[in-house]
Design a protein around this ligand. Sequence first.
Ligand code: GLA
Length: 402
Amino acid sequence: MGWLSWERFKCQINCHHYDDTNHNNNNKLAGCISENLFTQIADTLVERGYQRAGYDRINIDDCWSKKSRELDDGHLLPDPDRFPNGIKYLADYMHERGLKLGMYQNYGHRTCMGYPGILGHLEQDVQTFADWDVDMIKLDACFSPKTSQLDSGYMKFRKIVDKTKRPMIISCSWPYYQVFASKVHIIPKWDLISMNCNLFRVFHDITSNWKVIQKIIDFMGDNQQIFRAITGPGSWPDPDMLMIGNVGLSVAQAESQMAIWCILPAPLFMSNDPRVMEPEFEKILLNSDAISINQDVNGEPGERFFHNTTMDLWRRSLSENQMALVILNRDFNQDLQISIPLEQIESNAFQHYQHVQVLNIFSNEKYQIRRQRMADNRTETYIKVIVEPTGCVFLKLTPLKN
Ligand code: GLA
């Protein structure tokens, strides 16, 4: 869990134009890729309770380095105007506040935005990150000369990271480029990806737009057989960042993204501006029941068990025989009114219980339902909900001792 600069601050490197040191600045896009941005975000994550809630990683994305490597030995340095104290200073700044720092590189000669890539400098850059006390590396793969080399490239990268003896978690874009950016269709070797990456991007970049997010959700559901088999501690398919709090998403849509990311479960990396977050969005991001579902110790994958043009139903088994359920209204205009039989939702372990407590995660409403058995032993108990367009109802079901 954490925060990533990309979607919200992209490659904003003109710190004069995107000045955020002036607090009377009304520029909604204020903030450039700089030390100032990352220290301010760090302070905000601590002050507003995000760090306590679990969002403890701050990751610098593309556009942080100088445009070229140093002439003497080719090492990488950050842009000196935007990062006057260097990256080690930022790592220390994070560590002093109970946070962690992540860095971005790219398996190609250039990054997606044209900064120096890692090819030809694999050992050197990984060692540089380790020397700076970095805690996570996102390795992208724009302009990779041969997508067929990504298997060996990412595996080599993993080995080099391990050799530094610094525990750095690895976010890969390996399968994404094999499936979507390769001229020849490559079927990802999911077992290798899952063994070598802690999280791995599987689909196109997210934006703050519900149609884009729904496409990602559909992709995750359509390919769940692949993803469920490799989801678990240390191996998380990554549908990209949380857009909650950005212009473009309504509160209902923000709740839907949070619910699906928690039930998948997906890494929770926000890309937004927590310094100027509206309270209703902050409330969604800090919802402790949602986060505890995302972080459930069992690490079981969620499952889309119903899908049509108007509705998705997702469920996930949690520890202590609990379950999570998301009812997603896919329609843009109409409310969804539905009664779902408990039998359709529940796991086997659940069926022995007579009473179930239902917690509505976002409204915080709690109620109990009692199992009604029919003569043929079928259950005649329903969960009834009304769901607004593009919104969801996110429930936690807890069986109660009879
Ligand atoms: C790719 C990645 C994004 C971001 C940009 C940076 O598009 O998918 O997440 O890292 O590159 O240029």
